[in-house]
Design a protein around this ligand. Structure first.
Ligand code: THU
Length: 132
């Protein structure tokens, strides 16, 4: 799928952002290997720490529907330039989606394109838990 399409879907998902406390809207669009896209937005809570980021909303939606293979995620914010995913989302994305492509966009171009392994070097993962 074209990056442009995934970016458009991330920007659309951003419209659903529930962020009355930070007023920082984030949208994500996660591309499954099947070609299906799972979108998410950040959902804040009056008990601030219970907030869920857009990226985790998207991947939890997908995994909860039985999807386990992914190829890319687009992340959209209202900043001038794209903003990278937080540390918690990096861990969750690498763990569940592997070394996928990450496309970050703000309101202005160009997009920043990188990979999960670049965003999270020397990761903790399942291999550290499984013995024998
Ligand atoms: N946020 C995301 O949705 N994704 C990130 O990777 C960074 C932060 C959200 C959480 C919170 O609702 C707001 O942005 C400000 O931190």
């Amino acid at each position: 799928m074209d990056h442009k399409v995934l970016v458009r879907l991330a920007r659309l998902a951003k419209k659903h952002s529930y962020s009355p406390y930070s007023r920082f809207r984030v949208g994500a669009a996660l591309l499954a290997r099947s070609g299906k896209v799972y979108t998410g937005c950040n959902i804040e809570n009056s008990s601030y720490g219970l907030t869920v980021c857009a990226e985790r909303t998207a991947i939890f939606k997908a995994v909860s529907e039985g999807v386990r293979g992914f190829s890319a995620i687009a992340i959209a914010t209202d900043e001038d330039r794209g903003t990278p995913p937080c540390g918690a989302c990096r861990q969750v994305l690498l763990d569940l989606a592997g070394d996928i492509e990450v496309i970050m966009v703000g309101r202005k171009g160009p997009a920043t394109v990188t990979t999960m392994s670049e965003l999270l070097p020397l990761p903790f993962g399942a291999t550290h838990l499984v013995k024998e």
